[in-house]
Ligand binder design. Structure first.
Ligand code: MN
Length: 245
């Protein structure tokens, strides 16, 4: 099996190193990741400047671009890889509910999916890399499952609680929950006295009942959500069509 690995925390991130180490014994791996932390970059592609591909001493490739740039470059001629699977992560911090729209971790996997390649995004629920070895072991086990029963390509979003491996007993299928709206921006002043703003934290979980990713990880389970990209609001389509007649 050939696996292309990327992330959004950058090529030096512990989560990427742990994921690559966990998958190297079971697959032919290629790592292509951003040269810096590009969390929150969603599916953006860099179109206003060229991209460069560098290789680090450990063999990882890194790009002065976004997660989507990395996977796009690897799949469209920057590298001669033809992966059977694209994996992304392991991200520092959860990507649940609405997070999936902003996430560069999910975006790297999505880029593979858009090219017809099965893809899996991995995130740890909490920041700080606690029990990263357990998340990496779970990631390997999930990759090994292959999911032959699923229609290909599939796009899976995995969130792993920061727990010791022995405590991660259940892996459950979930749907995305939903968050409250984000917290307000944080207003500060720069050294010249001008107003500047930091984007505030995400909102707390709002739709977090049984069956959601929020609920599963709250129970201490590993959450796996199958994603799709078609944003068409099917239930509103008929009403819209009628209103336009
Ligand atoms: Mn990140």
């Amino acid at each position: 099996m050939r696996i292309l690995i990327s992330n959004d925390d950058g090529y030096l991130a512990p989560g990427l190193v742990a994921l690559a180490a966990a998958l190297a014994p079971i697959a032919d791996i290629t790592v292509v990741a951003p040269d810096s932390n590009r969390s929150g970059s969603s599916n953006s592609l860099t179109l206003d400047r060229p991209l460069s591909l560098y290789q680090a001493a450990n063999g990882f490739y890194f790009v002065n671009g976004t997660p989507s740039d990395c996977v796009h470059l690897a799949l469209t001629g920057g590298l001669s890889v033809k992966p059977d699977l694209v994996v992304s992560g392991i991200n520092q911090g959860q990507n649940m509910g609405d997070d999936t729209l902003y996430s560069g971790t999910v975006a790297a996997a999505t880029e593979g999916y858009l090219f017809g390649i099965p893809a899996i995004a991995f995130s740890q629920v909490e920041h700080g890399w606690q029990h990263l070895d357990a998340a990496a072991q779970v990631a390997r086990e999930i990759v090994e499952r292959r999911f032959d029963a699923l229609q290909k390509p599939f796009l899976l979003n995995v969130n792993v609680p920061n727990k010791p491996y022995a405590d991660l007993r259940r892996i459950v299928a979930t749907r995305l929950g939903k968050r409250h709206v984000s917290e307000p921006v944080i207003k500060m002043q720069d050294p010249h006295g001008r107003d500047i703003y930091w984007v505030g934290p995400t909102g707390a979980a709002k739709v977090a009942g049984e069956g959601t990713d929020f609920y599963a990880t709250q129970q201490g389970w590993v959450s796996v959500t199958p994603l799709q990209i078609d944003l068409t609001h099917a239930a509103q389509l008929a009403a819209l069509a009628e209103s336009l007649e």
